[in-house]
Structures are given as structure tokens and as C-alpha cells.
Design a binder for this molecule. Structure first.
Ligand code: AMP
Length: 461
């Protein structure tokens, strides 16, 4: 997961990076960081916590310079220590080099061993540090060849921003697995994981960085070079960004996330209506837009029967089970007056472990629902993700090895339907351009041989 930002040629680069991170907070609540370059020195502040917790005005003032890169981090259990926060910054041959990365490399272990054999000493277990070592080892007089040569050695999924003194570089892997957009900011540029960060910084949307494209931005000058696989492999954009992860007010993968979710809901209603239902309600916030589509398609009333407490973050992001349970309970409150005696269609984006959905269903049942029909806007998730979405191992995925009826029994609903794979893919604007491996096991980018999900303890995402 993770959110990344790059700012070039703006007198208040750190402040804009901060605003950009704010817009990308949903991509990771574990840690945040900003690195800048002031024409002479590099500066960096990074720590665990929300963007709001890590920075204050004095911190932003101290991050001087007109170039910045920034990162908001999602992490899994065991890897949330401070040294794994990004951006990752080093000085090499008197030159500052920094990187912030979203995605997950699949050849980290291989590169790590090779680099260690050649004498590299690693401080962290992050794949981003591997990239830094490759940058240091690769001849680098000419930035174009330098970045092409380094990125050609990486396998897996990445959208990344780099800062080498006053040069900002942005890159997306040849499959385009993670999003990265380009905006114009006065005379300079902004790179961001999602376009919602452009809105907050008042940047003008220019375009997406293409899969396999590497943009090199110096001052107000921008040029592109390309990965050797550019245009040679099929696009494999992460469909889960559309289903759940990205913000609905973002345009990514050449589409608007809100509209995609509504279309998913409409398609779900066509495939899986529920006889005798009185109303459609979402599990907020993730199910809201699809439920709207579902309700519009069926003509049934749309009600908000669960109300969200806005003063807490996403539930699954906190690593420990104790916190996860607590957050599930504190987050949503049912309105009995809306639900009592009704047969309700509950719309949710996806089921992963099934535990959150089951707690929600129990709450709705306690509030007096006569019947609960759960409708999910994607197929069952039954395979792990090697490209950066934190899906647990197969054993923890509730749908793995179970029939739909068995999952329905686990979640305690009267009926359960998942959107079909064909139905989900059909509503995407770009056809044949998505990765659906978590549903199908068809991994478009080679996965590690041993198939162990985390190659190194605490590997970054
Ligand atoms: P659960 O019922 O426990 O499977 O939780 C389902 C909710 O958590 C859905 O809204 C999911 O989309 C959301 N979720 C999204 N990504 C993840 C993830 N990586 N791990 C766990 N839950 C996730």
C-alpha cells in the first residue's frame, strides 16, 4: 500500500508535500515522512503516526527547499519500527539520494543477497533500501541511463519517487500495478499516488505516468525515459485499488473511482437481487458508493442504517488483533429505527478475514433486522497479494477453501452473493488492463519461487 508524493520547483515544497500526504492518509496510517533539498542540503523528518502527528509548523519550516518527496506508510505486524519509515535518504559521493516507494518488489531477496555478497551493508529490511543500494552501485553520470538501468533490475510492483539533489524522478513499473499521477503546480510539478492529492494542493491534473515510464523533472523541465519492458507487457493495474483502496474522489487508471464503485454496485444488483428486501444499506464507508449503484439499479430505498464515527481511522490498519476488534466496535453504530423489522440488503466492498463483516452483521441483527442479505462488490478473495496489498495468508482468508454458503454461515447472514469475476471486469473502462490475482491466482508478474509472502521480515510495502 502506501502513498507517495513528489514536488518540484515550488518555494513551499514541504508544505505542499504535507497537504499531499494529508490527502493520501488513507493509504497508510502507520508512519509519514517528508524529505527536501534546499540547493545545498537534504532535510528529512519521518516518524510513526498519522501525518497530523508527525509534522507541525516548525517541522515544515525546517524542511527547506523547493524539491520534496514524501511518503505515508502502511505496514504489517512486526514491521512497524521507526527505521522502516520512508522516505529513505542516504548521502553517496557527497550527493543526497532519497526514495519513497509504493508497491512490493518480488525479487527483493535475490537482490538483497547479491548486494550483500558484493559488500553492501543494509540497515533495514525495506525493499526501498535495496533500490538505494542499486542506485549507488550503478554508473550515474547520466540520469536517464542511470534510472533505466536501476529500474530494469527490479521485479514486481512499484510506483516510486526519487530525489537526487534538485532532480525529482517518478517511475511506475511496466505493468502499472500501482497508480501514479502527474500534476502541474505553478512552474513546477507534483507526482502523487492519487489525483485527490492534486485537488488539495490546487495542482492541475496533467496525466497518469505510463506503465514503464520514468519522468525526470528538474526545475520546470520534464522529460521521459522508458523501462526496457515499456509497452511489451500487458497492463496489470491493481483492481483492488478501484474496489476498496483508493479514494472515491480520485481519478486513477483512467477512470473515476466513485463511478467505478457505483457501476460495481449496479452490476451486483443485476446479478444478485434479493427477493422481498425492503431497503439497501452500505457498510460505511467502503460500501457506500456501490450501495448507491445497487439501490438505483433495483429502485429500492437507500438508507444509512449504520453511522460512522469519523474520529478514528480504518479498522484493519492497526496491526494487533486486540486493536482491530476494539476499532470494529467503536467505528459504526446502527440506527434501530431504520433497521427494525426490515429485510435489508447490506452492501460491502469485499470480504477478507470475514471478522469485521460478521461483527457488522451481528450489530444489524441486534438492531432488529428481519433478514440480512449481504452483497459483495467483488469475487471471493482466495489468494495472497505479492504486489503490495496486505491480504493475509490463504489460511486466514475466510473464503479460501469454503463454499459461498459456508462463508454465509460464518458471517451469519440469511444470504450472501459475491459479484462475478466477469461482471467485475466488465464494468472497468479499460478492458484486459487489470490484475485480478487475489481472486483467480493468475499472477501477471512472476512471484517468488518459494511463494512465501514476505521475503524479508518487515519488508516494506
Ligand atoms: P473482514 O470482514 O474482516 O474481511 O473485513 C472486510 C473489510 O475490511 C472490507 O471493507 C475490506 O475491504 C476491508 N479491507 C480492505 N483491505 C483489507 C486488508 N488488506 N485486510 C483486511 N481487511 C481489509
Amino acid at each position: 500500500m502506501c502513498g507517495i508524493i513528489g514536488i518540484s520547483h515550488h518555494p513551499e515544497a514541504s508544505k505542499l508535500a504535507y497537504l499531499g500526504l494529508y490527502a493520501l492518509q488513507h493509504r497508510g496510517e502507520e508512519a509519514a515522512g517528508i524529505a527536501t533539498y534546499d540547493g545545498k542540503d537534504m532535510h528529512i523528518i519521518k516518524d510513526r503516526g498519522l501525518v497530523f502527528d508527525v509534522f507541525n509548523e516548525a517541522a515544515l519550516e525546517s524542511l527547506k527547499g523547493s524539491v520534496a518527496i514524501a511518503h505515508t506508510r502502511y505496514s504489517t505486524t512486526g514491521s512497524s519500527n521507526k527505521k522502516n519509515c520512508q522516505p529513505f535518504l542516504v548521502t553517496h559521493r557527497s550527493r543526497g539520494v532519497a526514495v519513497a516507494h509504493n508497491g512490493n518488489l518480488t525479487n527483493t531477496e535475490e537482490l538483497y543477497r547479491k548486494l550483500e555478497d558484493e559488500g553492501s551493508i543494509f540497515q533495514t529490511s525495506m525493499d526501498s533500501e535495496v533500490i538505494i543500494h542499486l542506485l549507488a552501485k550503478t554508473p550515474n553520470t547520466d540520469y536517464k541511463h542511470w534510472f533505466v538501468n536501476v529500474l530494469a533490475q527490479l521485479k514486481g510492483s512499484y510506483s516510486a519517487v526519487f530525489m537526487v539533489q534538485d532532480t525529482l524522478v517518478g517511475a511506475r513499473d511496466p505493468y502499472g500495478n500501482r497508480p501514479l499521477v502527474l500534476g502541474k503546480l505553478g512552474d513546477g510539478y507534483i507526482l502523487a499516488s492519487e489525483s485527490c492529492a492534486l485537488d488539495l494542493t490546487k495542482a492541475e491534473y496533467v496525466r497518469e505516468i505510463e506503465p514503464g515510464e520514468i519522468v525526470i523533472i528538474k526545475g520546470s523541465k520534464i522529460e521521459s525515459v522508458y523501462h526496457p519492458d515499456y509497452g511489451k507487457v500487458r497492463k496489470a493495474q491493481c483492481i483492488f485499488e478501484n474496489i476498496y483502496f483508493a479514494r472515491p474522489d480520485s481519478n486513477i487508471f483512467d477512470d473515476n473511482v466513485y463511478l467505478v464503485r457505483k457501476r460495481l454496485g449496479q452490476q451486483l444488483a443485476k446479478e444478485s437481487p434479493a427477493a422481498g428486501a425492503d431497503l439497501v444499506m452500505p457498510i460505511p464507508d467502503s460500501g457506500v458508493y456501490a450501495a448507491l449503484g445497487y439501490a438505483q439499479e433495483t429502485g429500492l430505498p437507500y438508507e444509512i442504517g449504520l453511522v460512522r464515527n469519523h474520529y478514528i481511522g480504518r479498522t484493519f490498519i492497526q496491526p494487533t488483533q486486540f486493536l482491530r476488534d476494539f476499532r470494529v466496535r467503536v467505528k459504526l453504530n446502527p440506527i434501530a429505527e431504520v433497521i427494525k423489522g426490515k429485510s435489508v440488503i447490506l452492501v460491502e466492498d469485499s470480504i477478507v478475514r470475514g471478522t469485521t463483516s460478521r461483527s457488522r452483521v451481528r450489530e444489524v441483527r441486534k438492531a432488529g433486522a428481519k433478514a440480512i442479505h449481504l452483497r459483495i462488490t467483488c469475487p471471493p478473495i482466495i489468494h495472497p497479494c505479492f504486489y503490495g496489498i496486505d491480504f493475509p495468508s490463504e489460511a486466514e482468508l475466510v473464503a479460501y477453501g469454503k463454499t459461498v454458503q459456508e462463508v454465509a454461515d460464518f458471517i451469519e447472514v440469511d444470504s450472501l452473493s459475491f459479484l462475478s469475476l466477469e461482471g467485475m471486469l466488465a464494468v472497468m473502462k479499460e478492458q484486459g488492463a487489470f490484475c485480478d490475482a487475489c481472486f483467480t491466482g493468475r499472477y501477471p508478474i512472476a512471484v517468488p519461487n518459494n511463494k512465501s509472502k514476505y521475503l524479508l521480515e518487515g519488508v516494506s510495502r
